[in-house]
Design a protein around this ligand. Structure first.
Ligand SMILES: [Zn+2]
Ligand SMILES: [Zn+2]
Length: 118
């Protein structure tokens, strides 16, 4: 059977404040052209949510603010050595990311993503 899965669920964990969350990236074969998930950091409410990266503008799913920053290899991260997960031109790595709760650069994405099936 041909699988149509394209997305991953990635666990995130902050080693400083023990914040735990999970994010979804990517989409499914059926709707990835209109909907694909990518984690963003919200400057207004300080939450990390997996918003629809196809939407313009990107918004925070918690407070609907558009003042969000994508979590990818170019922002909010230091010390990355390899990619954990990627989607189109976006990448998550094993580096240390900005924690949405304690605002330290101590958030890690789990290098073993869990796949999800639609
Ligand atoms: Zn928000
Ligand atoms: Zn933290």
């Amino acid at each position: 059977m041909e699988s149509d899965l394209l997305g991953n669920i990635i666990d995130a964990h902050c080693t400083a404040c023990n914040y735990k969350s999970s994010v979804t990236i990517g989409g499914t074969m059926r709707d990835f052209q209109t909907h694909s998930s990518w984690p963003v950091f919200c400057q207004d409410c300080g939450d990390m949510t997996s918003t629809n990266a196809r939407a313009e503008p990107l918004i925070c799913l918690t407070c609907q603010s558009a003042r969000v920053t994508k979590y990818d290899a170019h922002h909010l991260v230091e010390g990355e050595t390899r990619e954990v997960a990627g989607w189109c031109s976006d990448h998550l790595t094993d580096g240390l990311y900005l924690c949405p709760t304690c605002r330290k650069q101590t958030l890690r994405f789990d290098p073993q993503p869990r796949v999800f099936f639609d």
